[in-house]
Design a protein around this ligand. Structure first.
Ligand SMILES: O=P(O)(O)OC[C@H]1O[C@H](O)[C@H](O)[C@@H](O)[C@@H]1O
Ligand SMILES: [Fe+2]
Length: 185
């Protein structure tokens, strides 16, 4: 017996739609340990949205050899001179990699290895980024509109937020003379 079915999910333009899509929003109030300028942060609304994530998890988290797909939407904005950005993480299984593909806007992918060496790659529509294993990753919106990118990663990678929450990245992305600069912390 064979059958023809509709797809479970539609990814059109920058939207991900379907009954199995998980959505989460991160506000400034969720990210108080992430931004450096605590005075600037305290002066801003805690419910200010920083990013939304829409994910398709076709298998359970932790499944070996499965794949996950997600889209991240980062709002434009800054806390002091630091651009709005994601929390950032290492993968729990450190050797797991990931692809990012920028769909809209402009930004920067910030990468830090386990020796805490930080570098950044420019993101713009069409840019494709391979994030190797053993590398923490975070994205910042350096433009005036939404930064939107898709991501593909192994379903057993997991997220390790703890080490970032404790020590942060060694480099922060700040605006200097109207330009993004990777400054040491
Ligand atoms: O998990 P964060 O560091 O907050 O980043 C936000 C999201 O960005 C991408 O979509 C990743 O693939 C997701 O795994 C991640 O959850
Ligand atoms: Fe990741």
């Amino acid at each position: 017996m064979s059958s023809i079915n509709d797809p479970a999910v539609l990814f059109q333009g920058t939207t991900l739609e379907g009954p199995e899509i998980d959505r989460v929003t991160r506000t400034l109030g969720d990210l108080t340990d992430v931004f450096s300028d605590k005075d600037a942060l305290a002066a801003m609304a805690a419910d200010q949205k920083v990013y939304d994530v829409a994910c398709y998890f076709p298998v359970a988290d932790g499944t070996t050899a499965g794949l996950f797909f997600g889209i991240t939407y980062i709002y434009p904005g800054k806390v002091g001179t630091e651009y709005f950005m994601t929390r950032g993480h290492f993968h729990q299984l450190r050797d797991r990699g990931e692809f990012y593909h920028c769909l809209e806007g402009e930004g920067m992918l910030i990468l830090m290895d386990e020796d805490r060496q930080t570098r950044a790659e420019k993101m713009y529509p069409g840019s494709l980024h391979y994030i190797p294993g053993h590398t923490a990753h975070r994205t910042a919106n350096t433009g005036n509109s939404m930064l939107v990118f898709s991501a593909f990663w192994p379903s057993d990678a997991g997220h390790d937020y703890q080490s970032i929450s404790e020590k942060g990245f060694s480099g922060i992305l700040v605006e200097q003379n109207g330009e993004p600069v990777l400054a040491s912390k």
